[in-house]
Design a protein around this ligand. Structure first.
Ligand SMILES: Cc1ncc(COP(=O)(O)O)c(C=O)c1O
Length: 447
């Protein structure tokens, strides 16, 4: 292997010692998809504490599209460190905050006056978006979708789907949240064409306004244009257009959660651009910070201005260090050359995965847009019974061979690929070979 270079088994002795410390020091509920203990990272490569060199196909769950330690980003951070670290945007005005807001107001879809509020995590930004929508509409109800992931604070966990892994045991959730199935073409109605299924989903949405919630009581509809955690489910354009129509008709705020599918990952700066649908508010996080903890709500100025003075903000929101990192990252993410590279990376993955589908019956579906690609494992292609065991086995095998990976999907039966886009073709092909070998081995065991 040219890029994966293993000097010890994974984890090695130093890694094992750190994992032992982790067991004693961190809560058991804090999951990890690999046993990799990091020493440093650069581009699409990660080195562990035992000197092993690994390829990164998880990119910190899609937060490192511009690559680990991107040179432009690191340079901007260092420069800012020599000026000031933070003075709090609730106390002083921070120019990098203004610069980033200006940039986000211009790169988010929609040709109308916009404003941006910065926060520190994706969850915090989603929570702010919903609160602002409530304030603006003077309504309480929110519509969200099955398979959605919006975060882990009380409000965002209430919006998140998937009970077993995320919500179990955490008690009562926020009221007035309504959830309906999202269109999922792969798991649609057997025998129904894709076009007919899309119509069916739209009909179900209309029915929900009779059976579940009065649309005139909705403050917001929140959706990931390509669902991330739920299994890289692209929401059909027709459905997003229908949501837009409903929002326009009933004065509902349309919120696009672009935390995972945005930041250039799908080949456009924001995934909703593929449909031409323009949300009222866009939530950005993950890769806009290139690894720094920063998130943003960008929305129509009249909506963003609704809360009273003092109604929004926080101590760390708009950290200048994170802002200057995000400014450099976004300049790269939205550039023609970067988005072209996203499509090249995506095509290599797509063609390779399509080939796997013809060889391994374990694979039920391969899908995605741009470089947001996923493979879904099933026990049987006809019944589509999810195979979470095989998925875990494949991940463990690939990680043991030096590939950093993470799963996804409502049934935990998918592997999502979110490599840094700066990955070279050779690194990408090598990583895909490791993944294929793990799939082939799992398939062989099931013969
Ligand atoms: C679509 C989406 N929304 C919200 C979140 C929550 O972001 P954070 O983990 O930064 O709170 C995530 C995180 O994975 C996400 O993918």
């Amino acid at each position: 292997m040219a890029f994966i270079q293993l000097k010890t088994s994974l984890p090695g002795p130093k890694g094992l010692a750190a994992l032992e410390r982790r067991k004693n020091l961190l809560p058991a509920g804090l999951a990890k998809s690999t046993d990799v203990v990091v020493e440093r990272a650069e581009g699409a490569l990660v080195w562990d504490v035992d000197g092993n060199q690994l390829i990164d196909f998880a990119g910190g769950i899609g937060m490192i599209n511009v690559g680990h330690r991107n040179e432009q980003v690191v340079g901007a951070i260092k420069k800012q460190l020599d000026k000031y670290i933070h003075t709090c945007s609730l106390v002083t005005t921070i120019e990098p905050y203004l610069d980033l807001a200006e940039l986000l107001n211009s790169v988010t879809p929609g040709d109308f006056p916009k404003k941006t509020l910065l926060a520190c995590s994706g969850s915090e930004a989603v929570e702010n978006a919903i609160n602002i929508a409530k304030y603006y509409t003077k309504r309480n109800a929110v519509l969200c979708f099955e398979a959605a992931y919006h975060g882990r604070t009380l409000l965002t966990l209430s919006l998140t789907s998937k009970y077993a892994l995320f919500k179990k045991g955490f008690g009562t959730y926020v009221p007035d949240i309504y959830r309906i199935p999202a269109p999922n073409v792969y798991r649609g109605i057997p025998g129904m064409s894709e076009a007919a299924y899309e119509k069916y989903c739209i009909q179900k949405l209309e029915e929900a306004f009779i059976t579940q919630v009065d649309p005139d009581s909705l403050a917001a509809i929140i959706i990931e244009p390509v669902m991330g955690e739920g299994g890289f489910i692209p929401i059909p354009a027709s459905y997003l257009h229908k949501l837009r129509q409903v929002c326009d008709k009933h004065g509902i705020v349309f919120i696009a959660d672009e935390i995972q599918c945005g930041a250039g990952r799908t080949g456009k700066m924001y995934a909703c651009e593929h449909s031409g649908v323009i949300p009222d508010m866009v939530v950005s996080a993950k890769s806009i910070g290139a690894g720094m903890p920063i998130s943003a709500v960008t929305g129509k100025a009249k909506m963003m201005d609704a809360p009273h003075l003092g109604g929004v903000g926080g101590t760390y929101g708009g950290s200048p260090i994170a802002c200057v990192a995000a400014i450099e990252a976004i300049k790269i993410l939205q550039s023609e050359s970067f988005l072209q590279r996203v499509n090249e990376v995506g095509e290599i993955i797509r063609i390779t995965m399509e080939g796997w589908k013809t060889k391994y019956s374990l694979i039920g579906d391969v899908r995605g847009i741009g470089a947001m690609r996923l493979v879904e494992f099933v026990k049987d292609r006809d019944t589509k019974e999810p195979d979470a065991e095989a998925t875990l086995e494949i991940i463990k095998d690939a990680v043991a061979h030096g590939l950093i990976m993470i799963r996804a999907g409502l049934f935990s039966n998918c592997i999502r690929l979110l490599p840094p886009i700066v990955i070279t073709n050779q690194q990408l092909v090598e990583g895909l070979q490791v993944l294929e070998a793990a799939i082939a081995s799992a398939q062989e065991k099931r013969k």
